[in-house]
Design a protein around this ligand. Structure first.
Ligand code: AMP
Length: 505
């Protein structure tokens, strides 16, 4: 036995004296030094009492130390569960209890808020390095040996648990195996021609599949290096672009860069590939980017449960408004959302996907798993799409009414449940409407109880401790009644139409 993910991504770093990470301020971490960090993290996780299959929850700033915990978890066979740093303590409580974490790693600033949660759920809690210096976990790791013999893992063993929000309530933990992650890293490295001399500008968060798996795993597998930025800062990205050969981003990266006159053909002269995903890239952004830089952005499509599914071609026509072709080894079909029957090219329906990339199921939710993962292996994505005569896939909508704002998913139901609890609110509908910067913005539509006067600013303020900022409505509006069909279902499409100009400049 071996540990295929570790063997492919991390083991090759041994003895590498060239930088793996270029950090702000000119600091660098060599491949070998990073491997040592992962080994010490693996020992520290083990010393904390975690065994293969146990879960470690990590809600921490994007630092090399945080990423080393991912490497350490892979080596030690521990399931890595990163959380969006915007989640409130109340939200973290659910994840820690649902996954039965043995250890929670957080930023020092959140220790007081999260300690009671960890204790209540029987988990230990330690801190990770941040602005104030090393955390307690780093101190523990520093005392550990510099090498770690990876724990044997099989292809179906879990490597990570990534939570996706639920449409009808609680978030679901997508169980991702060694094979899921490794097969996708392999296929993307090949498709996008990543090599050892690639330098990827990494400004994405590492708690999400895009920054954690797509960007990081591909670079590690290729033996390339990362310009590892703590987040998307326009000045830092513009400063780093001339040194990079590739950038992966969400559409917002591209629109923000286009708004800056410093974006020129010269600035990106060293780049060979721009990739976009996680939300729809407007065709006009694609066209404007090409006009300004000479580069055609390569748009791809994927999701937490499936890793990456389709990609526009590396060579050949990258078509704006499409997400390209299914990746090698991955099957994609369009079905009738009601009957499940396969549809013909040109017909719009549910996107279903099968392949080694597709997750193992939802953590401790056999019914939800059975409802979305067919016995024949096809996963029902919830995205509606169409395949054109040339085989290009386009996403035409999201059946589940998911809102994607700045690349982050917001499920309306979660916000509606909170709004409905507000005194004086009869009912609510939360929708996504076009926004020039975020792609979509969350809009809360409220119906007051008869005679009630709603104080909108205080309702907005009341949401702040319950849900992450990106989920909080950018605006609240009051209407007399929600449009409904004869079956009593709220017609969100109609609401979207009514408010589509709300955030237009
Ligand atoms: P997540 O699980 O957070 O990665 O979100 C997955 C969802 O993002 C998918 O189900 C799609 O609805 C959406 N998505 C990802 N990439 C694209 C894309 N290139 N175009 C349109 N939607 C996308």
């Amino acid at each position: 036995m071996a540990n295929p993910l570790h063997d492919a991504l991390f083991a090759p770093l041994a003895g590498r004296t060239s930088p793996l990470m270029h950090l702000p301020g000119g600091m660098q971490i060599t491949g070998d030094a990073f491997l040592t960090m992962t080994a010490r993290a693996a020992h520290a996780l083990t010393a904390a009492g975690l065994e293969p299959g146990d879960r470690v929850v990590v809600q921490a700033a994007k630092t090399p130390e945080m990423l080393a915990v991912y490497g350490g978890a892979v080596a030690a066979g521990i399931v890595f569960l990163p959380l969006n740093t915007a989640y409130t303590a109340e939200e973290v409580d659910y994840f820690v209890s649902d996954c039965g974490a043995k250890l929670v790693l957080c930023d020092a600033a959140n220790l007081d808020a999260l300690r009671p949660i960890a204790e209540r759920n029987g988990a230990q809690i330690e801190t990770l390095a941040g602005k104030a210096g090393p955390g307690s976990f780093d101190t523990l790791a520093a005392r550990q040996p510099a090498t770690f013999a990876p724990v044997d893992r099989g292809p179906g063993d879990l490597a990570a648990l990534l939570y996706t929000s639920g449409t009808t309530g609680r978030s679901k933990g997508a169980m991702l195996t060694q094979t899921n992650l490794l097969s996708n890293a392999e296929v993307l490295t090949e498709t996008w021609r990543f090599m050892a001399d690639d330098v990827l500008l990494h400004a994405l968060p590492v708690f999400h599949t895009h920054g954690l798996f797509v960007a990081t795993n591909v670079t590690l597998l290729a033996g390339g290096s990362l310009i590892f930025l703590p987040g998307f800062d326009l000045d830092a990205v513009i400063e780093a672009l001339p040194r990079a050969t590739a950038m992966m981003g969400v559409p917002t990266f591209y629109t923000r860069l286009l708004d800056d006159p410093r974006l020129t053909r010269d600035l990106v002269g060293h780049i060979r590939l721009f990739v976009s995903g996680s939300a729809p890239l407007l065709a006009e952004t694609h066209t404007a980017w090409e006009a300004r830089t000479g580069h055609k952005i390569l748009e791809r499509y994927g999701m937490t449960e499936t890793n990456m599914i389709t990609s526009n071609p590396y060579d050949g026509d990258r078509r704006p408004g499409t997400v390209g072709f299914p990746l090698p080894g991955i099957e994609l079909r369009i079905t009738d959302p009601d009957t499940g029957a396969e549809l013909h090219r040109g017909e719009t329906g549910m996107i279903e996907v099968r392949g080694p990339n597709v997750f193992k199921g939802y953590w401790q939710m056999p019914e939800k798993t059975a409802a979305e993962l067919r016995e024949n292996g096809f996963f029902i994505t919830g995205d509606l799409g169409v395949i054109d005569a040339d085989g290009y896939v386009s996403i035409v909508g999201r059946q589940k009414d998911l809102i994607i704002t700045g690349g982050y998913n917001v499920y309306p139901k979660e916000v509606e449940l909170l709004l409905d609890e507000v005194p004086g609110v009869k009912e609510s509908a939360v929708i996504g409407v076009p926004h020039p910067d975020f792609g979509e913005a969350v809009l809360g539509v409220l119906v007051p109880e008869a005679g009630a006067e709603l104080d909108l600013p205080s309702i907005a303020e009341g949401l702040q401790t319950h849900i992450a900022r990106f989920k909080q409505p950018k605006d609240l509006v009051v209407i007399d009644e929600l449009p409904r069909n004869t079956m009593g279902k709220v017609q969100k499409a109609e609401l979207r139409r009514r408010f589509e100009g709300r955030f237009n400049a």
